[in-house]
Design a protein around this ligand. Structure first.
Ligand SMILES: Nc1nc2c(c(=O)[nH]1)N[C@H]1C(S)=C(S)[C@@H](COP(=O)(O)OP(=O)(O)OC[C@H]3O[C@@H](n4cnc5c(=O)[nH]c(N)nc54)[C@H](O)[C@@H]3O)O[C@H]1N2
Ligand SMILES: Nc1nc2c(c(=O)[nH]1)N[C@H]1C(S)=C(S)[C@@H](COP(=O)(O)OP(=O)(O)OC[C@H]3O[C@@H](n4cnc5c(=O)[nH]c(N)nc54)[C@H](O)[C@@H]3O)O[C@H]1N2
Ligand SMILES: [Mo]
Length: 815
């Protein structure tokens, strides 16, 4: 099957409560057949958060393909287009293979010793002269658990800086924040098997069809089977999810809280609630009911600009569901009231008692493959294993695990979030920034400002990457790393499934794993525990994992029952895994018990409007018995309203075929060919009003900058334009300099602003103007037709992959 043309593959229908059938997907590079593969090495997918189990095919020391793992609980053998083709980036000829150092303004090749001594030398100088707060670490959602735990220890337990964050700040900070607000602790309550049982599935700002393609295939198979679930979709674009929905609400961007309040108003007003559950397991219901008084369906429909009957129909589905599964992602998280909106989804489940039973899940989704681990291990600034920075007992306990003085671990204030770190770098108080596994010169908002910050002379920038990314090109030192498949480690997906990913092949040239580099850094810097022994007491990934297990003992994310051996051979296993749950736990909160007692909880929560952390005493008074917390939120209008100068809402996001800044998918021909160049989406009504045609070259401008892109007339809501954010400012690596000509990077346009509670930047907000630079020659925009960018005008050829995009599907077999 051509899996570029058919991203979700063939249907294997199944009914409510049945087991999802197995379908094993395989892709091997041209000229290789399965019998010629030397070994199959166990791993899981890394170009999204789904955690599809797969085996890497190795021949002659090279990765030559992938095959889904039939036994895996996540995918039952299936793979998505990025899983099938994205691994080819590992073999790309332009991988970084030697360290680089800046000499006389240019990056030149050097050896590891020189590179590491330059990094450690600068770090030591700054520590002596300016103290730990002059150093910052910005990591990823794409390394492994073992690497984050080591980095977290180095930053928090060794250097003692509070300036550590992950690109998870741009990604799933709101997932964590929303879970902490409602349950006082991170960790997804639900399970992917909830798809098998749900009678209503609601997707809030989540284009699952394109961003977790295998999970969507599971939903499609339910839709094709007996007693299919109803689907509710909240998204201003006509995504594949919207097209499959029973009810699609396409609200005005930035009105999610208004919409959620309208839905809750209907649900509670009609009495579609579980009063026993509310009484037994929650606090805050009366405040919610009072706060919703002003959110009549008519008012909400007007502000969100959705038909009132559709709003009521959605409320009826949510209110009448017997087994409701909700998912939430960037349409809610990258918006000005991100946490407030995501919390209202939790509230729907709490007032309806829809938690902890098959089919009753909440997935405050992650995006990146290992984002959950960044958060768990404290590489995003939080403390490991969901310890509470504001609780001195938790600090003391962590200090015991690390054998350091509790005062070494920064906990005087909330951890510094990335946007604040960038501000400190701009001010000059932060002078050393270590970047691993992320490409901020493309992915952060307001790129002109980001470039100014990263190119300052006084800032020492270290970049650890596979490729000479836009960010690496700005670095003082570039360290070449081993990729997934070239190193061993574990990672945890959205539904708490832990997978082991084994090393299949050697890294190219002198590239080393992030783990090795972190340990080398700690050693050269001379970081020790309080007895003078090396701070980092492990060498191998497995030793790091064993240390991590000790750190999680008795915590909500208890890994003590797991081991590399246990993760080998079979499926992934969901945490908590310990003596109580030797085979892992499918769902959290099954008995209505939460990790929310004041001395146990990860967080006391924050004010949703100001973001101020709650004091422990306030928390105790609000939630004395450790229940779930229903937190109401008032709707506030977006910060940058549209105007006569900037009449369009600008939203940005993804397409199915690319991952982020395309360092991998741009190097996989099948994926790159499916979406080779940036485009901008606009509705047919707006295009007609302007007299624009498909393929016209447009200029999209905001108060921050300008981007050029060809027009795709799509099913997007009128008044809204959409840009994919995948395309950096260079057409090809090493292409023209930023500022040399029109850019194509969406983040030239986005605003430096964030949600007060989660500190997640606002990538789906802002006001824009659109003008035509040149009429097209009849060639359509280079946007896929299989996705949210499906054209509404005739004459656009269908996206297909041809022979190169063909992969094998094998139906059936036991899971
Ligand atoms: N193909 C692919 N898959 C990926 C990734 C990738 O880059 N490519 N990245 C992974 C990562 S890290 C992440 S975080 C996830 C993200 O996964 P998603 O959140 O599903 O992806 P996005 O396209 O960022 O945004 C989802 C939708 O939000 C809608 N939206 C915009 N503004 C609003 C609004 O105001 N309200 C509402 N309700 N909706 C709005 C957009 O129209 C868009 O369809 O995907 C993961 N999977
Ligand atoms: N406008 C707009 N901007 C956005 C978003 C949006 O929707 N709109 N979404 C935001 C979201 S949700 C996210 S997650 C971010 C993603 O933004 P980034 O994190 O900047 O994107 P990636 O391209 O995934 O960058 C990862 C980098 O790590 C490298 N890498 C891969 N594997 C490894 C490894 O094992 N070790 C090391 N050291 N490096 C590795 C890759 O080559 C790549 O350069 O973008 C955010 N920015
Ligand atoms: Mo993300």
């Amino acid at each position: 099957m051509d899996r570029i043309a058919e991203p979700w593959g063939s249907r294997t229908p199944y009914g409510s409560g049945q087991t999802w059938p197995v379908r094993v997907d395989t892709y091997l590079e041209s000229g290789v057949v399965e019998e010629e593969v030397d070994t199959w090495v166990q791993s899981a997918s890394v170009l999204h958060s789904n955690g599809d189990g797969l085996d890497l095919a190795v021949r002659d020391g090279r990765i030559v393909g992938v095959r889904g793992r039939a036994v895996d609980r996540v995918n039952h053998g299936r793979l998505g287009p990025k899983d099938l083709f994205g691994w080819q980036a590992n073999n790309s000829a332009d991988r970084l293979t030697v360290p680089l150092i800046r000499r006389e303004g240019r990056l030149v090749e050097t050896d590891w010793d020189t590179a590491m001594e330059a990094v450690v030398g600068r770090a030591r100088e700054l520590l002596d002269e300016r103290g730990p707060s002059s150093l910052g670490f910005y990591t990823s959602g794409q390394l492994f658990l073992e690497e984050y735990y080591t980095l977290g220890l180095i930053g928090h337990g060794g250097i003692g800086t509070n300036h550590m964050d992950g690109n998870t700040r741009l990604c799933t900070a709101t997932a964590a924040a929303a879970l902490k607000q409602s349950f006082a602790c991170d960790g997804q309550p639900g399970s992917y098997t909830d798809v098998d049982h749900a009678d209503v599935i609601a997707l809030f700002g989540h284009n699952m069809a394109e961003t977790q393609t295998v999970l969507w295939a599971r939903v499609l198979d339910r839709l094709a089977g007996p007693n299919p679930p109803a689907i509710v979709c909240v998204d201003p674009r006509s995504t594949p999810v919207a097209r499959a929905a029973t009810v699609h609400l396409a609200p005005r961007p930035g009105t999610n809280v208004m919409l959620m309040n309208g839905l809750l108003h209907e649900i509670i007003g009609n009495g579609w609630i579980d009063q026993d559950y509310i009484d037994a397991h929650t606090v805050g219901f009366d405040e919610l009911r009072t706060a919703l008084a002003d959110y009549s369906a008519e008012r909400v429909a007007r502000v969100c600009d959705v038909p009132v009957e559709d709003l009521r129909a959605a409320a009826r589905l949510l209110g009448g569901a017997q087994r409701l599964l909700s998912t939430v992602l960037q349409g809610f998280y990258q918006s000005h009231q991100a946490t407030a909106a995501a919390v209202q989804v939790n509230n729907v489940h709490l007032v309806r008692g829809m938690l902890g039973r098959p089919g009753c899940g909440i997935l405050q989704m992650n995006g990146q493959p290992t984002a959950q681990n960044t958060r768990e291990c404290g590489a995003d600034g939080d403390l490991p294993a969901f310890r509470n920075w504001a609780n001195d007992e938790h600090i003391a306990d962590l200090a015991r695990v690390w054998n350091v003085d509790p005062m070494r671990i920064p906990h005087y204030t909330a951890p510094t979030h990335l946007m604040q770190m960038m501000r400190y770098a701009e001010d000059g108080s932060l002078r050393f920034l270590h970047v691993s596994g992320t490409n901020p010169a493309v992915s952060l908002p307001e790129l002109a400002r980001v470039r100014d910050i990263l190119t300052q002379d006084r800032l020492f920038l270290v970049v650890q990457d596979l490729f000479l990314s836009e960010t690496a090109q700005l670095a003082d030192v570039v360290l070449p790393v081993a990729a997934w498949g070239e190193k061993t480690g574990t990672f945890t997906n959205v539904d708490r499934t832990v997978h082991l990913s084994e090393q299949a092949v050697d890294p190219p040239g002198q590239a080393r794993s992030d783990l090795d580099i972190f340990i080398d850094f700690a050693q050269r810097l001379g970081l020790t525990d309080k007895d003078g022994a090396p701070l980092v007491k492990w060498r191998t990934p497995e030793e790091a994992f064993e240390a991590w297990k000790r750190c999680t003992r008795g915590r909500p994310c208890d890994y003590t029952g797991l081991s590399y051996e246990k993760l080998r051979g079979g499926s992934g296993i969901q945490w908590p895994c310990n003596t109580e749950h030797p085979d892992g736990a499918e769902r959290l909160y099954t008995d209505g018990d939460f990790f929310s007692a004041a001395d146990e909880c990860e967080s006391y929560g924050r004010d949703l409007v100001t973001g101020a952390p709650l004091e422990p005493t306030e928390y105790r008074a609000m939630n004395p018995l450790g229940k779930a917390i229903i937190k109401a939120a008032e709707y506030l209008p977006p910060h940058e309203p549209i105007s006569s100068d900037f009449p369009y809402h600008l939203i940005t996001g993804r397409t199915l075929y690319h991952f982020h800044t395309r360092t991998k998918t741009g190097r996989a021909p099948q994926l790159q060919d499916a979406a080779p160049q940036v485009w901008v989406e606009m509705s047919d009504a707006d295009a007609r009003r302007h007299g624009f045609g498909e393929g016209d070259l447009l200029e999209v401008a905001t108060a921050r900058g300008v981007v050029r892109a060809r027009l795709r007339v799509s099913g997007i809501r009128p008044g809204v334009v959409f840009l994919p954010f995948h395309y950096g400012y260079w057409d090809t690596p090493g292409g023209h300099e930023p500022g040399d000509g029109p850019s194509r990077a969406a983040n030239e346009l986005t605003i430096t602003d964030w949600d007060p509670a989660s500190k997640q930047p606002l990538f789906k907000a802002g006001a824009a103007r659109v003008e035509r630079v040149a009429a097209g020659d009849g060639t359509p925009a280079a946007a896929p037709t299989t996705t949210g960018s499906r054209p509404v005008r005739a004459g656009v050829p269908e996206t297909s992959g041809g022979a190169a995009g063909t992969a094998v599907e094998r139906m059936g077999g036991a899971s």
